[in-house]
Ligand binder design. Structure first.
Ligand code: LLP
Length: 442
């Protein structure tokens, strides 16, 4: 395979054809666009599977009693759910909608965990009826609601509590979730966590097995994990002493970073695994607690690298001495991340991979907002109408946060299963009829 600068952030199977076209596992992206239209999201099955194995092996090597729980908010799709199940991973959902995708993909209920800071009665009832193994409770109201639903259904439901350790993971404020000023989790600092443990232990139909926290996402540092683990485990030992709370299951959440820009490399999965495992063991030893089952919840780091977004260039606007805008046929509708979090992406001119990148441009979307910019100040070869533009590391969150702003249809999604099999459409392009179906015209 030809190697180029983005090799480490593209799917593992990426390459370049002899005429300079980006390929995903032997499939040239220009042919995929001819077949499925533009814009297009391409997912590589090999990369998803490799990431599952990478997580499983690294965590098991460092901590025998560990499980990987894919956080499907990053990309919820029946085909992906099937891969996740086949690779032996658990999964978490955060809404009745994600649960519906899981149920309709026959995802085993005994491998499901239901998160969310405001689950409704219908959502919880549906989850219990399906037999979801764990519910992670995130409010005092939910402790009461879930207990009464469990009583009504004659069930004893295993639960975890989401705690907030007041630790800053130094990521974007909008994706920081474990600081004091957060809507997520029972705060240890304020005493809410203790009260929640006490109340849950007192409930007739809830079985409290463990605690969870999630610091934020993406986290490029290791230190916040070790700091939070030590703090939460010391809290659990206090709860054991006061209320005989038995910590059987422990989750430090997800949030593991991936490479978006070639210059900003994330830690290796093995480094996250080591620091998390060592911190749990050290803290448990310190407080004489038995090692709990460890659950980690990667979303982005399982699916992000496998996905590449491909757009087609339309208008090119050169403003002398100011900027060249290269407009593509997607944008904030399928990827709100740059506008919302100032996320940065690498850009590849997918049909001109071997050409000199000597033009400084800004890749703009097609939506009616000046903030609809996919990538600011990037170098690509001379841009021309009809060029294909690839944004690597587009597999996580983009499509899940997609909107129909400007009544724009959402792109199709294809899965590359292998080099010898045809590409597989796993989500068809929206049509105008899809957009119109909910409107009432008379
Ligand atoms: N577990 C919990 C409880 C979470 O809230 C999240 C993400 C995860 C696991 C998975 O985090 P990951 O491994 O994917 O980083 N829309 C934002 C990301 C929001 C993440 C929300 N929670 C983005 O596009 O960057």
């Amino acid at each position: 395979m030809n190697s180029f600068k983005e090799t480490e952030i593209l799917p593992f199977s990426s390459g370049v054809s002899p005429d300079g076209v980006l390929q995903i596992n032997g499939h040239s992206v220009d042919e995929l666009i001819d077949k499925f239209g533009s814009p297009l999201y391409i997912y590589d099955e090999d990369t998803i599977r490799k990431m599952c194995v990478e997580f499983r092996e690294n965590f098991c090597n460092h901590y025998e009693n560990s499980h990987i729980e894919y956080s499907c908010k990053a990309f919820a799709n029946p085909f992906v759910n099937k891969i996740i199940d086949e690779e032996g991973l658990f999964m978490d959902v955060v809404t009745g909608g994600e649960l519906a995708v899981a149920i309709n993909s026959n995802f085993p209920p005994n491998k499901l965990n239901f998160h969310g800071n405001n689950k409704g009665k219908d959502e919880l009832t549906e989850a219990l009826k399906y037999g979801v193994e764990y519910i992670t409770i995130d409010s005092f109201a939910e402790i009461n609601l879930l207990n009464s639903i469990s009583e009504d259904l004659g069930k004893f439901q295993k639960v975890m509590l989401r705690l907030s350790p007041s630790i800053d993971p130094h990521t974007h404020l909008l994706t920081s979730t474990g600081i004091l000023d957060s809507k997520f989790g029972f705060s240890i600092e304020t005493g809410d966590a203790e009260l929640a443990i006490k109340q849950t232990l007192d409930k007739s139909n809830l079985i409290l097995d463990g605690v969870h926290f999630h610091l934020g996402s993406p986290i490029f540092e290791l230190e916040p994990f070790s700091e939070a683990i030590e703090y939460v485990i010391s809290f659990c030992s206090e709860m054991r002493d006061k209320y005989s709370f038995n910590l059987k299951r422990f989750s430090p959440g997800g949030g593991f970073a991936i490479g978006y820009k070639t210059e900003k490399k994330p830690p290796k999965i093995s480094e996250y695994a080591k620091v998390i495992s060592d911190s749990i063991k050290m803290s448990c030893d310190k407080y004489s607690l038995q090692y709990p089952e460890l659950i980690v919840e990667p979303g982005r780091s399982i699916i992000g690298r496998s996905g590449v977004a491909i757009y087609t260039v339309g208008g090119i606007k050169k403003i002398k001495d100011v900027r060249t805008y290269v407009s593509v046929d997607g944008g904030m509708g399928d990827n709100i991340r740059p506008a919302l979090y100032q996320s940065e992406y690498s850009v590849i001119s997918a049909g001109k991979v071997n050409e000199e990148r000597d033009n400084l441009v800004t890749i703009a979307g097609k939506f009616c907002e000046s903030g609809d910019i996919l990538a600011k100040d990037v170098y690509i070869p001379n841009p021309e109408v009809g060029d294909l533009i690839a944004l690597p590391a587009s597999g996580a969150y983009n499509l899940m946060m997609a909107s129909n702003y400007n009544m724009q249809t959402k792109p199709a999604v294809v899965l590359i299963k292998s080099s010898s099999e045809p590409p597989y459409l796993i989500s068809r392009r929206e049509t105008y009829n899809d957009l119109l179906r909910l409107s009432i015209f008379e």
